[in-house]
Write a protein that binds this ligand. Structure first.
Ligand SMILES: Cc1cc2nc3c(=O)[nH]c(=O)nc-3n(C[C@H](O)[C@H](O)[C@H](O)COP(=O)(O)O)c2cc1C
Length: 373
């Protein structure tokens, strides 16, 4: 069976395959509230056979919405509007439901894409956007307000409150939106982050706020439920955020218990030059996964456990398993994972030498496969 169709466990969440429907903004809300369009959209894709459906970028503050039509989860009304949709999905589908929590930062207050996507001035019904620095996304746009310390705390708390609302709705997983030029990405990128305090300058400083938000959301969401993140692996602009920095970010996230990294790219600058083509983002996912691979040996509480981990984990680092949903859905569906042939050969050899160990290794895979669709 290909990795794509094999089961995976992310904390307490068991998924029968590794396909997640990517979050897709619908720009169809009114006042941030989901409606019958979302009901149809989400219920349709919940029947697709994908193990998980990720609700579109869902904004944690009204002023953090990209457009006036963007979905929110920032008050009782936005929470109540999502509730019947979740009830319906649970009634008709076994798909796990994730939600992408987002804040647009300086890209907020924009027209919907089909209306041109340009900034909506405050005088024409838009609102004052906020960001890491008073630097506009595009030349000629009104700059955002640079977030001060109370503002940073307010936005971080808004992510936490949205995570709590997601839990109340029974949502299974959270994906933090740290890509596509939105607020968390704006902190990471030297193009949008010109701060001179502890949140700007060095890579360590630029990562500080997104990591604080990750920590706060992780702490607010039940430990048995996974929290992943979406990153832009590069800005596609000289001197911007790049893959090497993304890998450092991923390592910090790994220390904090991130459950998947969804590798995308771009979005922070209109100067980006993206070499679009089939699978153009696959190498990012692959490089991140390789850099994240666990060391071949892990500590274990007893020699017996240690022996078992030797057979299971030397060939299959835990991180690779966590990364699998990203690498197979966001970047490279069906692409054989590196070393998969070597891994199978090694497993066969282990089994040939010791049939008992082979049974033990294949046990979890067999039982998990039994739960598949
Ligand atoms: C209609 C549409 C809406 C999207 N909305 C979101 C979104 O809400 N959040 C997000 O992270 N990406 C969003 N994306 C981007 C996709 O999730 C994905 O990252 C992008 O299509 C690149 O992946 P691909 O290379 O597999 O196409 C959207 C894409 C489309 C086509």
């Amino acid at each position: 069976m290909s990795a794509l169709f094999s089961p995976i466990k992310l904390r307490g969440l068991e998924l029968p395959n590794r396909i997640m429907v990517a979050p897709m903004c619908q720009y169809s809300s009114v006042n941030g509230e989901a409606n019958d369009w979302h009901f149809t959209h989400i219920n349709t894709l919940a029947l697709s056979g994908a193990a998980m459906f990720c609700i579109e970028a869902t904004h944690v503050e009204a002023i953090g919405r990209i457009t006036p039509g963007c979905l929110g989860l920032y008050d009782d009304a936005t929470e109540a509007a999502l509730k019947p949709i979740l009830v319906s999905v649970r009634k008709h589908s076994k798909t796990a439901v994730a939600i992408q929590l987002a804040h647009a930062g300086r890209k907020a207050s924009s027209h919907k894409p089909w209306d041109g996507g340009q900034q909506i001035p405050v005088s024409q019904g838009g609102w004052q956007a906020e960001g890491p620095s008073a630097v506009p996304h595009k030349e000629g746009e009104a700059p955002p307000l640079a977030l001060d310390a109370p503002g940073l705390a307010r936005v971080r708390d808004a992510f936490v409150n949205a995570a709590r609302r997601a839990e109340r709705l029974g949502i299974d997983a959270i994906e933090l939106h740290s890509a596509h030029g939105y607020l968390l990405h704006q902190f990471l990128s030297p193009i949008s982050n010109k701060r001179t305090d502890q949140y700007g300058g060095s890579l360590q400083n630029r990562m500080r706020y997104p990591l604080e938000v990750f920590d706060a959301v992780r702490a607010a969401f039940p430990a048995e439920k996974p929290v992943g993140i979406k990153v832009s692996a590069t800005d596609w602009v000289e001197g911007g955020w790049d893959l090497a920095q993304t890998i450092e970010y991923a390592k910090e996230l790994k220390k904090r218990g991130v459950d998947w990294i969804d590798a995308s790219s771009g979005g922070v600058s209109p100067l980006q030059k993206i070499p679009l083509g089939p699978g153009y983002q696959v190498p990012f996912a692959q490089a991140i996964r390789e850099a994240m691979a666990s060391p071949p040996w892990r500590s274990a509480s007893s020699p017996r456990r240690n022996r078992r981990k030797t057979s299971l984990h030397r060939a299959r680092p835990t991180w690779s398993r966590w990364r699998a949903p990203c690498s197979t859905t966001r970047a490279g569906a069906g692409t054989p994972r590196p070393n998969s042939a070597a891994r199978s050969k090694r497993r066969r050899n282990i089994g040939a030498r010791n049939p008992r160990r082979r049974r033990r290794c294949s046990g979890p895979r067999r039982s998990a496969r039994g739960k598949g669709p």
